[in-house]
Design a protein. Structure first.
Length: 400
């Protein structure tokens, strides 16, 4: 068993970073460290090092061909998990700088939060969870942690990416109590009702800002939504009115972009202002104060939170449940169920390395071990690969 490192992890972050951090920000010099001891990162902060490892991981590259709402082959201009993660990181760093939080940690969590997501967006996740119910279920946040802790295999001295505790903790933004009991220290807060770092809370809000607004953009460009429909939503209507009053009847493309950028700016500005006030009102002076709070401190004001919730309800009803999206979701679920059923009954249908892993884990954990490796294989697929693999298994005209 390799020894767990004890913080600090061998280096002091650049003086400039330390000087700019608020007293309640995460600080890699006071981190709980990495699972396996390593020498210092030299000219980089430890959270920069985490970000770089995430960017260079195979799982991160695969996000290019995993989609949000639209399946990859439906169009090249729709968001993917990769472009979404970059947008989240950009928003998170902007807010972190205003709040004097650790930008590198925000960026690392933002870029890694979807590494464990399945092909076909939430439809794929729901389908794989259904398949895994007899074996402990499937949670994509827990799978993201599994990717960085175990499944990435490129270093000689350890499995995974050996990320800092706070990065790993931030990746695990949701977790069931049953799963938390299995994961140990990194998930302890789900059992003790403690909070994660402000940086992780911020990445979670930036994720919400990014996906709501790019789903508006993609929905309009796909012609599944119309501006007239969206004007039913207070947040959209107010900013669309601003655009029309200022510019007149500009093109629909310009209306779309000008409105969305204003919505994002309003959400970001409100989040910064309300979170600053919450930190002051709560008397927060340290990270321990942050962790001890009953609720997250990074939040929208009540008024804007209500408007944002209205937007989310609209998108759920009019975009995610649109009949064209729904039909694709049903087909995607059939693909996931078909792949899982085939592999769980005959692990030799998987590539040799996954077959070997399934045999090894099954010997230790029984059928649940085999199922976990099958889930690893499927969750790591891109949309295109999952469709091709399904055809290879079930189309007799495909020989390989």
């Amino acid at each position: 068993m390799r020894q767990r490192s004890t913080p600090p992890c061998g280096t002091t972050p650049p003086e400039r970073v330390n000087a700019e951090l608020a007293p309640y920000a995460a600080d890699d010099a006071r981190s709980r460290g990495r699972r396996h001891r390593e020498d210092g990162a030299g000219h980089r902060s430890e959270y920069q090092r985490d970000r770089d490892r995430i960017i260079h991981s195979a799982a991160f590259r695969r996000l290019e061909y995993k989609t949000q709402v639209f399946v990859n082959h439906e169009g090249d201009l729709f968001r993917t998990r990769l472009t979404h993660s970059v947008e989240v990181a950009q928003i998170a760093r902007t807010i972190a700088r205003s709040l004097r939080l650790h930008e590198d940690l925000c960026e690392a969590v933002s870029l890694a939060h979807d590494l464990g997501h399945t092909p076909f967006g939430h439809a794929g996740q729901d389908a794989l969870d259904e398949c895994m119910k007899p074996y402990g279920g499937f949670e994509h946040n827990a799978q993201s942690l599994r990717v960085v802790d175990e499944l990435e295999d490129k270093y000689a001295e350890f499995l995974g990416l050996n990320l800092m505790f706070e990065t790993r903790e931030g990746i695990l933004k949701h977790c069931s109590k049953a799963r938390a009991e299995q994961l140990g220290e990194v998930a302890e807060r789900f059992l003790s009702n403690r909070q994660t770092t402000l940086e992780a809370q911020l990445a979670n809000r930036a994720d919400e800002i990014a996906y709501n607004n790019h789903d508006i953009d993609d929905g309009l460009r796909a012609r599944l939504l119309t501006i007239d429909q969206l004007r039913q939503v207070t947040l959209f209507r107010r900013h669309h009115d601003e655009v029309i009053n200022r510019y007149g009847q500009i093109t629909l493309k310009q209306q779309r972009h000008e409105t969305i950028r204003r919505i994002i700016n309003t959400l970001v500005t409100d989040l910064i202002a309300h979170s600053k006030r919450a930190l002051i009102d709560a008397g927060i002076t340290s990270l321990e104060d942050v962790r001890a709070r009953p609720l997250p401190l990074i939040a929208f004001s009540p008024a804007l939170s209500a408007e944002n919730d209205e937007l989310k309800r609209f998108l759920r009803e009019h975009l995610y449940r649109h009949h064209q999206v729904y039909r694709m979701m049903v087909k995607a679920k059939r693909v996931i169920h078909g792949l899982f059923d085939a592999f769980i009954h005959d692990a030799r249908l998987m590539p040799p390395d996954f077959h070997a892993q399934a045999q090894g884990l099954e010997a230790v954990e029984g059928a649940a071990g085999r199922a976990r490796v099958v889930a690893d294989y499927i969750a790591g697929m891109t949309d295109r690969y999952a469709i091709d693999e399904h055809e290879r298994l079930f189309d007799p005209r495909r020989l390989r």
